[in-house]
Design a binder for this molecule. Sequence first.
Ligand code: ATP
Ligand code: MG
Length: 557
Amino acid sequence: MRFSRSFIPTTKEAPKEATLPSHIYLTRAGFITQVSAGLYDLMPLGKRVLDKVRNVVKEELDKAGCEEVILPFVTPMELWEESGRASKMGQELLRIKDRKNGDFVLSPTNEEAMVDLVRGRITSYKNLPLNLYQINTKFRDEARPRFGLMRGREFLMKDGYSFHKDTEDMVREFNLIKDTYSKIFTRLGLDFRIVDADSGAIGGSGSKEFMVLADSGEDTIVVCSQCEYAANLEAAVRTPKKYEFEIGVEEEVHTPNTKTIEEVSNFLNISKEQTIKAVVKKALCDEEDKVVVFFVRGSDELEETKATNAAGANELVDISEEEMEKAGIVAGYVGGNDLEVEAYYDNELNDGNCYVIGANKADYHIKNFKVPEGVTFKDLNAVQEGDICSCCGKELIYKKGIEVGHIFQLGTKYSESLGANFLDENGKSRAFVMGTYGIGVSRLLAAIIEQHHDDRGCIWTEESAPYAVSIIVGNSKNEQQREAGEKIYKELQGIGVEVIIDDRKDRFGFKMKDFELIGFPKGIIVGKNIEDGIVEIVDRKTGEKTEVKLEEVCQQF
Ligand code: ATP
Ligand code: MG
């Protein structure tokens, strides 16, 4: 490709709202441009990188025996009603009507549609297993689309679904896909961690996320300083903390103006650990919304995803003081006794200790409160840095990650609700056991740049680069330089190297700046030295320049 003929609108200005290097550089270097919140044009270089990433994903999946299909981006609402998700999906699901008043949605994910494709067509265990995937547009009307391609509303996802006769075979496939994803992200040059992830209401350990380590990541991951343990904060566990407080008789104490843990522990001169913190939320559920109280130790924080699962809710939202009052809850003094709403206690409070907790009465707390028998205990606490690893006993630390992939042991959730069955070896009808596997293909462009950039711009990795090398003609008006550049260009093309030539009539310094901003892995500078038959090869990452004889340039690639 020739720069002079291509559409690569590089600019000095970054979008106002852009804070992440990937967002800034992908825009400034002419890869992407925003059309509307969370909607992006991919310009030619962006499309090339996307195709590169897509190909790596496809190659590895095909090698693992998966098959690519493509389903409509628009799916009938009926399928979502059949699975029961129509009512569960909140505002992220964009619902549309066609001219006949039919209801459709823009696919945010495709479990239903994929099950619909297979049901009735695969009828025997003999045709299992099966792993189908697509690399297709998704739409999620995200509350806060931001960070460029990182969190778009319309984006490209690889979504795969596998069908099995039993759980054992599904787990085998799950592990195969885990290895396959590792190959994909390694080929793309990413430093990533596979972490335990939230499995939603289903629970268990059948969910892993692939996290690209980057300070800008939106996810907090908990890793062990010693062993291999790594989990999303949403699913992370620790060795339970142990305390022994003095046992006493339960009593009500007057604690005016002590609505926070800080205030009450100061007032009573006790440690925060010795108090119980109540977090009140409104739980949005399939049936009826409800008010729920979660209790954790005063020194802990509530982990919201864990809490959502505990309450069997789709989402937890904040609750106003009026709503609390209506539910008979006294803000700042919420206690375990005489509570009229659903309540969950963190597992670690099941330790026989005496705590200070609200008295459900303004300005009063209960001292020596022992969590009564018969309450529901759940894992609710958010692991903190410095907590102890439950695998090896060493300290846990936090890292930030960008979720680029998610694999999930789904089981029969969708095959059952959609009536997708097959006949097993004994002629018995069973629902498919399923796995689902996603990769954020367009998000990967941003993730690669978050890990591979410097203060001049992007530094594409070998398998993701839009072109492997750019020939920079120092002075396009100089015939000798121009001709040498053209010669190298043709030769490299001849040996199948992906090459672009910067044959624009601009100044050398300007072209070098673009080279660095765009981030081609290598450059070949054809400058004054050509008089002696010499060109320079520059490495974008290290900045290192090597002089090479004109005749020997192509041997370097
Ligand atoms: P997140 O927690 O980041 O919102 P998710 O858990 O909702 O993601 P999945 O449903 O697991 O995402 O989707 C599979 C993959 O699609 C994710 O691992 C992620 O890489 C990508 N993805 C999800 N939402 C977006 C988005 N809004 N923009 C770009 N990529 C996305
Ligand atoms: Mg996910």
